[in-house]
Design a protein around this ligand. Structure first.
Ligand SMILES: Nc1ncnc2c1ncn2[C@@H]1O[C@H](COP(=O)(O)OP(=O)(O)OP(=O)(O)O)[C@@H](O)[C@H]1O
Length: 335
């Protein structure tokens, strides 16, 4: 029942395996069902994304996978270890970067990393080399001696990723890694995430509400109200919601619609912007429109986006939901 990543043979042991996962907070009438039965399988080496609006249950799921919360029901394994019964083993194999920063502002970048190396019991002879490697990976080697409070938001996030990688985890969890960063820092951070995926044999599991970040993933799960609405590759999910849209302005849109439907057998709709032709391959339709002898004044082709996928599977647009939640709701708990 689990969908495999395209092109890759399923590995013997998945990086993450979740079955029937549920989590409720509180008791009685104030119970919040944050996760309502999630199943998923993430293969080793994947960049897997959890895409969803505020309060969808993304952070709750990630916290369960990182052993920081106990599920109410269901099971989950990470790197082959049960998140409830084998917490120590799970923790040894994972790296975490959460929304809230947990760096010590008064220590240097290197001191923060050494502190982490001590906690994880990384053998002393390996520590210097490993610190060098992870700082290099996130482009902070030349700032190793600077105290963290002098860092920008983007640099801090990169240092946190370096720290998460220090003990060579098999799965790196990133909970909204670019939240609060400006567009340039977001883009820089993604450059480094790409570098680390090339250099480390690692699975990355991330949560996001940004469509462009979801596009970068090998596969994504669309999460809403504690359940997975859809799961697949970004291109597969987009293909699953249907057709390209060819927008047209003609001398007579009603007459054009009739000709297109009759001669090309394609469905049309009228929108404020003009006539829209729905076609499996929009680019092929454009020359056919001219061959029909229509007086076309403007034409454009657009493909379904992940936002269209989100709409198809949840009944509303992600950005509308985020806007409705408001800036004060970001990362917050229920009022
Ligand atoms: N400690 C808690 N106590 C009570 N309710 C909680 C707690 N943590 C989360 N919730 C509730 O569980 C639901 C899911 O929250 P969660 O943080 O998992 O969502 P999310 O998708 O990560 O959202 P965000 O993008 O805002 O971080 C929300 O209704 C939230 O208010």
């Amino acid at each position: 029942m689990f969908e495999q990543p395209s092109g890759a043979a399923p590995a013997a042991e998945p990086a993450v395996l979740v079955q029937g996962l549920r989590k409720s907070y509180g008791k009685g009438s104030s119970t919040v069902e944050a996760v309502r039965g999630i199943d998923l399988r993430v293969e080793a080496g994947e960049l897997f994304g959890f895409l969803g609006p505020n309060a969808a249950g993304k952070s709750t799921t990630i916290k369960i996978l990182c052993t920081l919360l106990q599920p109410t029901a269901g099971t989950a394994t990470v790197a082959g270890h049960d998140v409830v019964r084998e917490r120590t083993e799970v923790r040894r194999h994972i790296g975490l970067v959460f929304q809230e920063t947990t760096l010590d502002d008064y220590l240097t970048a290197e001191q923060n990393l050494r502190f982490h190396a001590d906690i994880y019991g990384i053998p002393r002879r390996l520590v210097a080399g490993r610190i060098e490697a992870v700082l290099d990976m996130v482009g902070l080697s030349d700032r190793r001696g600077s105290v963290v409070r002098t860092f920008s938001g983007g640099m801090k996030r990169r240092l946190e990723i370096a720290r998460g990688l220090l003990h060579s985890p098999r799965v790196l969890f990133l909970d909204e890694p670019t939240i609060g960063l400006d567009p340039e820092s977001r883009s820089t951070l993604w450059t480094y995430i790409d570098v680390l995926r090339r250099q480390e044999d690692i699975t990355v599991f991330l949560t996001t509400h940004y469509m462009d970040e979801a596009e970068r993933c090998d596969r994504i799960a669309i999460v809403d109200q504690g359940t997975v609405g859809a799961l697949g590759t970004p291109s597969g999910l987009k293909a699953s919601v249907g057709h390209d849209r060819v927008r047209l302005t003609t001398a007579d849109d009603a007459a054009a619609a009739a000709v297109i439907e009759e001669r090309l057998g394609l469905e049309t709709t009228h929108e404020r912007s003009g006539l829209v032709v729905l076609a499996p391959d929009g680019e092929r339709v454009v020359p056919q429109l001219f061959e029909l002898g229509l007086t076309v004044r403007a034409v454009s082709v657009s493909r379904p986006t992940l936002d269209d996928v989100f709409l198809a599977y949840t009944g509303s647009r992600l950005q509308e939901r985020m806007a409705a939640a408001g800036p004060a709701r970001r990362g917050g708990r229920p009022a």
